[in-house]
Design a protein around this ligand. Structure first.
Ligand code: IYR
Length: 229
């Protein structure tokens, strides 16, 4: 490691950043290859119970935690669960909520929109997947004296971190899905999280089950999702 070049700007230390400047050709190639890789990502709901090393989950969380965040507050906690008893507890509580949702809380229209995806209240992946990661957003933080510290753009920040988490899972050859049991306050209780943390998203992580089928979906063409000016 070369030594960091430090410069004090407006009284604050800055480090010299060395952006990775590729040639235009390499930039094009890299962006294309990354897209082609990410275009293979699919949400998978059937998991193998094959174990995944904790070190892999640590790397994925470290990747997610490189996400930009409002005032660099990193307002998130990633709770990674492999303990079967806790996974079971989460499954039971999630399915209770999901049952209510699928039997009355969700509109007919919503259920019709979900029909091609084939979801229902039954969530076996909450026990089968070797890891469940529950992401909490920190609506505020606390310093050592227990004084409130403000966080900013919390939803945006945590959403970006989750996107990077999903990307890291895919790039490691694993699969995940964004599960949003609603309401999800039961997760705060089971995981004993402090009241400045609110559950944001639940992501099972593992290998896909053998011979897994996913809905035949098409992604919108570029013209539909982008306008160039
Ligand atoms: N939270 C439920 C329902 C659900 C809602 C949407 I919008 C989806 O894209 C998928 C599922 C569940 O996780 O099953």
């Amino acid at each position: 490691m070369t030594e960091e070049t430090i410069k004090v700007i407006d009284g604050y230390e800055h480090v010299r950043h060395h952006p990775r400047a590729f040639t235009p050709e390499i930039t094009l190639e890299k962006s294309l290859h990354f897209f082609q890789d990410m275009d293979l990502r699919r949400t998978v709901r059937e998991f193998s119970d094959k174990p995944v090393d904790r070190a892999v989950i640590e790397n994925i969380i470290k990747t997610a935690s490189t996400a930009p965040s409002g005032a660099h507050k990193q307002p998130w906690t990633f709770c990674a669960i492999s303990n079967p008893a806790i996974k079971k507890q989460i499954r039971i509580a999630a399915e209770q909520e999901e049952y209510e949702s699928y039997h009355g809380r969700m509109s007919e229209r919503w259920l019709k929109d979900l029909a091609p995806i084939g979801t229902n209240w039954d969530k076996p992946f909450l026990e089968t997947a070797p890891w469940i990661v529950v992401v909490f957003k920190k609506v505020y933080d606390k310093d050592e004296e227990g004084e409130k510290i403000n966080n900013y753009y919390v939803n945006e920040s945590v959403g970006i971190a989750c996107g990077m988490f999903i990307t890291a899972v895919h790039m490691a050859g694993l699969v995940t899905l964004t599960h949003t049991p609603s309401p999800m306050n039961f997760l705060s209780k089971i995981l004993d999280r402090p009241d400045n943390e609110r559950p944001y998203l639940l992501l099972p992580v593992g290998y896909a089950a053998d011979e897994v089928y996913v809905p035949k979906l098409a992604r919108k063409p570029l013209e539909e999702v982008a306008k160039f000016y």
